[in-house]
Design a binder for this molecule. Structure first.
Ligand SMILES: C[S@@+](CC[C@H](N)C(=O)[O-])C[C@H]1O[C@@H](n2cnc3c(N)ncnc32)[C@H](O)[C@@H]1O
Length: 334
């Protein structure tokens, strides 16, 4: 069994990270020795030591997902489905491959029994268009796509049919939040329902400006500001950040750019609005960090600034060989 091998003291943090990114193989038990922990995984992962060792399979409890579908599907098909689960509040979103479409309602019912959530939806398209929303088909439970998702102590209300939200970015949001200092003025250029602003302002006394072009996303962010006890403040704007930001009359200590397909086309706006010593949390889809670093360097040069790359990380796998990558750049004196 393929496992990630980590020092024992890192076992729990690594387990949570792998689970949140859907990379842990839940069919086997984690093994711990005096010094090392071994976590079963579904696929090869960079940045960790991978070893092959025997692990004990989990005890099959009646009514687990495999049990419920064992007459319909093979173990391999069931495993494939299991890693596609995205749980957002009390809603579950599944990806069902083309060749299993004729069994989608049975799969939906099994997922409902297994997860005990309110509703099961199936992905009908990739996230698409300017607002990055995907089409969903209702499969089982109660067809109510509004839910409240809990993340790092924050409550995030959203409609999964009308806005973008990914629970798989939870670790990244925590990482960014932990790097924020009290007093920062922050711009989230593509805030969605506000998971970055809410998680940050819940933990830090900061002043956040949050922009999104999707009026439904801003409607939920306004509700989320009311739903959470915040240390910091958040001001929301609905519109294209390129236009909306023309009215901003001060600069920012940090700019968050989580629109990975197109963020690079807004780097000129970000470099205009960032303070010296400020940090840009930049995201893109790529098979490496080089392209993003080059884009940040080019945009810095065009705006007469210099950027020092202070951190690069893979946030999540998007397709074989491609990643959602995070690159943090600090503006330094020329
Ligand atoms: C990938 S989602 C990220 C949302 C949020 N940051 C999160 O982590 O959940 C990108 C968001 O950018 C918004 N968007 C796309 N183009 C935009 C633009 N020109 N100005 C402002 N927002 C935009 C979309 O509506 C979408 O909510």
């Amino acid at each position: 069994m393929k496992c990630v091998k980590v020092p024992l003291r890192q076992l729990n943090d690594t387990r949570i990270k792998l689970m949140e990114n859907g990379l842990m193989n839940m069919e086997y038990r984690i093994k711990a020795s005096d010094e090392w922990g071994y976590i079963p995984i579904n696929e090869d992962i960079d940045d960790y030591e991978i070893v092959d060792i025997e692990l004990e399979p989990m005890k099959k409890v009646p009514h687990n997902f495999s049990e419920l579908l064992k007459d319909e599907l093979s173990e391999k098909e069931i495993d494939g489905l299991r890693t596609s689960f995205d749980t957002i509040g009390d809603v579950v979103i599944l990806e069902i491959p083309e060749d299993l479409q004729d069994k989608k309602l049975k799969i939906g019912e099994a997922a409902l029994k297994f997860t005990k959530r309110k509703a099961i939806y199936m992905k009908k398209s990739a996230v698409k268009g300017t607002t990055r929303v995907r089409e969903l088909e209702f499969l089982a439970g109660v067809d109510d796509s509004v839910t409240i998702h809990k993340e790092h102590g924050a409550r995030l209300k959203l409609d999964v049919r009308k806005v973008y939200f990914s629970p798989r970015l939870a670790t990244e949001r925590k990482r960014v939040m932990e790097s924020v200092a009290d007093g920062e003025r922050i711009l989230d250029m593509f805030c969605g329902i506000g998971p970055f602003p809410i998680v940050i302002a819940k933990n830090r006394n900061v002043d956040i400006t949050a922009v999104d072009i999707n009026d439904e996303a801003i409607k939920y962010l306004d509700e989320n500001i009311e739903l959470n006890k915040l240390k910091g403040s958040i001001k929301t704007y609905c519109g294209d950040v390129r236009e909306v930001s023309e009215s901003f009359n001060s600069k920012f200590d940090r700019i968050i750019m989580n629109l990975p397909g197109l963020a690079y086309t807004f780097l000129d706006v970000a470099f205009d609005l960032i303070e010296e010593n400020g940090i840009i949390n930049y995201y893109e889809f790529s098979d490496s960090y080089e392209q993003g670093i080059e884009r940040l360097n080019d945009a810095a040069a065009k705006s007469g600034k210099e950027v020092k790359i202070i951190n690069c990380r893979k946030v999540k796998s998007t397709s074989p060989g491609e990643w959602h990558v995070a690159i943090d750049g600090k503006i330094v004196k020329k």
